[in-house]
Design a protein around this ligand. Structure first.
Ligand SMILES: NC(=O)c1ccc[n+]([C@@H]2O[C@H](COP(=O)([O-])OP(=O)(O)OC[C@H]3O[C@@H](n4cnc5c(N)ncnc54)[C@H](OP(=O)(O)O)[C@@H]3O)[C@@H](O)[C@H]2O)c1
Ligand SMILES: [Zn+2]
Ligand SMILES: [Zn+2]
Length: 371
């Protein structure tokens, strides 16, 4: 007999959308295959996937741009689902039937300095939700598998409860993109009286505008062209800068203007020195987008104004939970466009072209997700 808390009538069939190594999204297709899920640990939960957002990092990973793409691995790390099974050592007090989100990280070692400080996203032995391996318990050595799938299984600590009153169908993107913006804005004390610039009006950037505005800052959207101006204003941006071909000209009136600038765009190389003039004394420039080539700058502007150049990665489980309280209080809703999970290839190709306005969410209608 199975113990009551462990019992479930759901018999998950683990199926997900995968490629055979690096994928060219212009022509290759992901295919749906059954996969072997990690062996069960008593602190695991099993989650029926309702929604999964598509993040720029999925695209880079699938294309093999951040290292070899392992065959038969499943991306997707903006997961919203419903708990269908919990182990006897379940964390976060999770119960069967509850809604949870899983983001970029599926596990961490729990023992290192980063973990003990609540900075699990910086654990050197972390398990990323895709293209990674579990490193504890029965699951040791098993590949992690993401949310472009019907079910997810993993450590309950990284399945974050979604508070009632948060719209599940737009919540997926908050699990990676959202917390990636929320975390540095909080860390650098953005709020009333602060001027924030967000570079790149995309999935992350548009949530950055929503969060910075809800925190009370004056927000400027900084985009390559003028095409997203109207949207940026609807999102709450007070100002809009189209950088165009002449950055110096675009920034002419913004010398020493910003307290913080967050860069979500991801060109191969980024001319940081052209952006430093817009930072005020003790201004912070924070990189989020994965820019492959090294950045170079003279140190003189940094010395002159005590500038800080930094970067940030996603957010720990406790920061994700804190973000959801803020999202609920301020009713923050990412702008999403939904696709049936079966249309994943159409969604990925379209993402690659820069079409999303501003985040794609894949929906498992057969699991009860709503299109
Ligand atoms: N640090 C972290 O923890 C973390 C977490 C999630 C994602 N990321 C990374 O963050 C970046 C953004 O992800 P996303 O999901 O927001 O992607 P996205 O929706 O494609 O948005 C990126 C935006 O950057 C700008 N951009 C795109 N291509 C560019 C190019 N070649 N040169 C200059 N600007 C370009 C565009 O904005 P405009 O059209 O307005 O210029 C675009 O909307 C990706 O590199 C992703 O891997 C990092
Ligand atoms: Zn992501
Ligand atoms: Zn650790």
């Amino acid at each position: 007999m199975t113990s009551a808390h462990n019992h479930t009538h759901d018999k998950p069939v683990y199926k997900g959308w995968t490629g055979s190594g690096a994928v060219d999204l212009a022509k290759d297709q992901l295919v749906e295959k059954e996969f072997e899920v990690k062996p069960w640990d008593e602190d695991d939960v099993e989650v029926k996937v309702l929604y999964c957002g598509v993040c720029g990092t999925d695209i880079m990973a699938l294309e093999g741009l951040e290292g070899p793409a392992p065959p038969n691995s499943i991306c997707g790390h903006e997961i919203i689902g419903q708990v269908v099974k919990v182990g006897s050592k379940v964390e976060n007090n999770l119960k069967v039937g509850q809604h949870v989100g899983i983001g970029y990280e599926s596990d961490s070692c729990r023992e290192c300095d980063a973990c003990l400080r609540g900075q699990e996203q910086a654990c050197a032995n972390m398990t990323r939700t895709f293209f990674s391996k579990f490193r504890r318990g029965n699951g040791t050595g098993a590949p992690s598998q993401g949310g472009f799938a019907k079910y997810w299984r993993g450590p309950s600590k990284f399945a974050i409860p979604i508070p009632d009153g948060v719209d599940l169908s737009v919540a997926g993107p908050l699990m990676c993109g959202g917390v990636t913006m929320y975390s540095p804005l909080k860390r650098w004390n953005v709020g009333p009286g602060k001027r924030v610039g967000i570079i790149g009006v995309g999935g992350l950037g548009h949530m950055g505008v929503l969060f910075a505005k809800a925190m009370g800052a004056e927000v400027t959207a900084i985009s390559r062209s003028g095409s997203k101006k109207e949207d940026a204003e609807k999102l709450g941006a007070d100002r809009y800068i189209a950088t165009g071909d002449d950055i110096g000209k675009a920034f002419k009136e913004y010398g020493r203007y910003f307290d913080m600038v967050i860069c979500t765009s991801n060109p191969k190389s980024f001319p940081i020195q052209d952006y430093l003039p817009i930072l005020n004394v003790e201004g912070v420039f924070c990189f989020i987008g994965l820019i492959v080539n090294p950045i170079t700058t003279s140190i003189f502007p940094l010395i002159e104004r005590n500038l800080i150049i930094t970067a940030s990665a996603v957010g720990s489980p406790s920061v994700i939970a804190e973000m959801f309280n803020f999202v609920k209080e301020k009713q923050i809703k990412p702008w999403v466009q939904k696709f049936d999970m079966d249309d994943i290839n159409r969604a990925l190709t379209s993402f690659k072209k820069g079409d999303p306005r501003y985040r794609y969410v894949l929906v498992n209608t057969d699991n009860g997700g709503e299109l």
